[in-house]
Design a protein. Structure first.
Length: 284
């Protein structure tokens, strides 16, 4: 008889129109939508003030390392704050339970974590839709220039074949060959000596420079290309790590905020939602 009474004392507390299952999908979806909307607003604000990393250069030559770090920090802050708000609402508006405090907190945190998962999937779907739409309405932009060389190396090839004499069109074969040799030289190993010699000879034949000047130009262009490639790798690494750290921080924030929302729900704590003048609050 005591066991039956204990079982009756636990379980969901019926609320008007409220679900009685362990998982309340309505609050989870609402929290995810709130988090996604808040994240979009904050990211739009960051783009408006130039905080997010953006550069017209394909190799991000003009991107400051401190700007990349600041942008990565902003990604983490936005993810944590947005999903903290979404998790709080997911825990605050779900139906309460008659159970031990630890069990209630675990279920509230689970709802915050579900809201986080839905928000992440919603963001990924919206990003894929936006990318597909942009690709459909925008003119095709091939990853290579008209000569067949990678766009990221177009400027380097232009500098390599620059000449003070009467400008003549550089053949597509020469640009493509120079691009392949430069791509080989951007790896972790040095450019082979025969490739370097051939590239200097090709530069001299196109630009009209002497052998020594052509070799010096190859050295300068290769050094700058390596610096740009290294900058792009550092930027991608920082932003990728920031995105992963932001998602992890967002999951923890959603769990903790959902627990806070659940405690506010059970204690019937309701913060003021509107401004009141002192005259309106005085007793008549």
């Amino acid at each position: 008889m005591a066991d039956i009474q204990n079982r009756e004392a636990t379980g969901p507390i019926p609320t008007p129109g409220g679900p009685l299952s362990y998982i309340h999908w309505g609050p989870c979806i609402a929290g995810a939508v709130i988090a996604a909307a808040m994240s979009f607003v904050l990211m739009s604000f960051a783009s408006a003030i130039g905080l997010m990393v953006a550069s017209p250069s394909p190799t991000w030559r003009d991107t400051s390392l401190w700007l990349v770090i600041l942008s990565g920090f902003w990604i983490i802050v936005v993810a944590a704050c947005s999903f903290a708000a979404g998790g709080y609402f997911a825990g605050r508006v779900r139906s309460t339970w008659r159970a031990t405090p630890d069990e209630v907190e675990f279920r509230d945190g689970t709802h915050g974590l579900i809201a986080w998962g839905i928000g992440v999937m919603l963001g990924a779907i919206l990003l894929a839709i936006a990318a597909t739409t942009f690709a459909a309405v925008s003119p095709p932009s091939p990853p290579r220039d008209t000569a067949g060389a990678p766009v990221s190396l177009s400027y380097d090839i232009d500098r390599l074949f620059r000449s003070d004499r009467r400008p003549e069109a550089v053949t597509a074969e020469a640009r493509a060959e120079a691009a392949r040799i430069l791509m080989k030289g951007l790896g972790r190993q040095d450019m082979p000596a025969d490739d370097r010699t051939h590239l200097a000879r090709l530069t001299a034949s196109v630009s009209g420079l002497s052998g020594g000047d052509a070799d010096q130009r190859v050295t300068q262009v290769l050094s700058q290309a390596r610096s740009s490639a290294s900058q792009a790798r550092r930027t991608a690494l920082i932003l990728g790590f920031s995105l992963a750290a932001g998602l992890a921080a967002a999951a923890a924030a959603a769990w903790a905020a959902a627990g806070v929302g659940g405690r506010h729900r059970d204690s019937e704590f309701a913060p003021p939602l509107r401004w009141r003048t002192s005259a309106a609050t005085r007793p008549i």
